[in-house]
Design a protein around this ligand. Structure first.
Ligand code: GLN
Length: 317
C-alpha cells in the first residue's frame, strides 16, 4: 500500500488497475435496477474499470469501453457547470449542500425540509440544479447540458434514445418532485420541461473510461487532462467535490467515505466515478446494485484501487 503523495509510475498504475479488475471479475453480488424498464435489460456480467491521471495517463481494463447511460452521475457535472455560471453562494442557497439521509428519489426529504431540495446529488436537488442552467428555451438548456458534459468527457456524448424514452414514459416520481419543488417556489419555469432535460442528461451514453476522464477534469482543477480544455474553474472543482463527498452515495455517503475516503458519485445503471483531487479519477461500471442503488462490484473495485494507489484523503501516512 502506497501511503500519501504522488501516484505510482504509470506502468505500475496499469498493473494495479488490471489486478483490481481480475479480483472482482467473478463477483456477482447485487441486482440490476429495474424501475426504469430499459435498464433491466443490461448485461449484468459487464465490468469496466478505468483510471485517468490528472497528469494525463489513461488506464483501461475489462469493459472500459462498453457504453451505459450516465444516470445520476450527470448530477455532479451539471452542478459544476451551474456553480461555474452562478457562483458558490447562489447555488449553495438555492440547492443546498447537506445530506438528506434518505433515498435519492425521496419525496419525504423535500417535505421534511420545507420544500428545500437539500443537495444536488439527490433527484430533487439535481432537478433544481438543471433548472438553474441559463437558457432561453428547453432545447437550449438541453444543448448546454450536453455540450458541458461532453467537454468534461472530451468527446461528443450522445443521447441513448431507448433509455430516455423508457424513463420519460415511466418517471411519474421525478415529475412529482419537479411539481412539488415548484409548489414551494423552489423551481422556476415549467417543471415538466426541466424534468425532461434532467431525464435526457441521465440518458447520455458514457463508458467507464469517459467517467474517469470526466472525474479527472475535476481532479485537475477543471482542465480536462486529455484534451487540455478548461471546462470549469478550480474553485468550482473544490465546491463540487465537497458536495459530492457529503452526498454522492446518498444515504451511504458516510459509509463510503469511511471505507474509501474519496468523493464519489454513483448512478443506477451501475457506474461510479471516484475523484482523487490533484491525482486523478477512477471510473467503474458494473450493473448489479446494492439496496441503495450503488454498483456492488464498482464499489469493491474502487475500494481496492483506492488502497492500492494510496488515494484515501484522510490518510496522513
Ligand atoms: N434517471 C434516474 C432517476 O432519476 C437517475 C437515478 C440514479 O441514477 N440514482 O431516477
Amino acid at each position: 500500500q502506497v501511503a500519501t503523495g504522488a501516484l505510482p509510475d504509470p506502468p505500475r498504475v496499469d498493473e494495479l488497475v488490471h489486478e483490481a479488475h481480475r479480483r472482482y471479475v467473478d463477483d456477482d453480488d447485487g441486482t440490476v435496477a429495474d424501475y426504469i424498464p430499459a435498464l433491466a435489460q443490461a448485461d449484468p456480467e459487464l465490468f469496466g474499470l478505468a483510471v485517468v491521471e490528472a497528469a494525463g495517463a489513461v488506464h483501461d481494463a475489462g469493459d472500459a469501453h462498453r457504453l451505459f447511460t450516465i444516470q445520476s452521475i450527470s448530477k455532479l457535472f451539471v452542478y459544476a457547470l451551474v456553480v461555474d455560471e452562478l457562483g458558490h453562494d447562489v447555488v449553495r442557497d438555492r440547492v443546498g449542500v447537506n445530506n438528506t439521509g434518505l433515498a435519492f428519489n425521496s419525496v419525504v426529504a423535500i417535505e421534511l425540509n420545507d420544500g428545500h431540495p437539500m443537495n444536488p446529488m439527490v433527484n430533487a436537488g439535481a432537478i433544481a440544479t438543471t433548472a438553474l442552467v441559463r437558457a432561453a428555451s428547453t432545447a437550449e438548456r438541453w444543448e448546454r447540458v450536453r455540450e458541458g458534459l461532453s467537454a468534461f468527457a472530451g468527446r461528443q456524448l450522445r443521447l441513448n434514445g431507448e433509455v430516455y424514452r423508457s424513463e420519460a414514459d415511466t418517471n411519474d416520481r421525478n415529475r412529482a418532485i419537479g411539481r412539488l419543488l415548484r409548489s414551494y417556489g423552489r423551481l422556476d419555469g415549467d417543471p415538466d420541461d426541466v424534468v425532461d432535460v434532467y431525464t435526457r442528461q441521465c440518458a447520455l451514453d458514457v463508458d467507464a473510461h469517459d467517467l474517469a476522464v470526466m472525474g479527472a477534469t475535476l481532479a485537475d482543477g477543471g482542465v480536462n487532462p486529455v484534451t487540455g480544455e478548461r471546462v470549469v474553474s478550480a474553485d468550482v472543482c473544490r465546491d463540487t467535490l465537497a458536495v459530492v463527498a457529503a452526498s454522492g452515495l446518498y444515504e451511504r455517503s458516510g459509509e463510503w467515505l469511511f471505507e474509501i475516503g474519496l468523493p464519489a458519485k454513483s448512478g443506477v445503471s451501475g457506474g461510479i466515478v471516484a475523484i482523487a483531487p490533484g491525482k486523478g479519477a477512477i471510473g467503474a461500471f458494473s450493473p448489479r446494485l446494492d439496496a441503495a442503488g450503488n454498483s456492488v462490484r464498482a464499489r469493491r473495485a474502487i475500494r481496492h484501487l483506492s488502497r492500492a494507489l494510496g488515494l484515501n484523503l484522510f490518510a496522513s501516512a
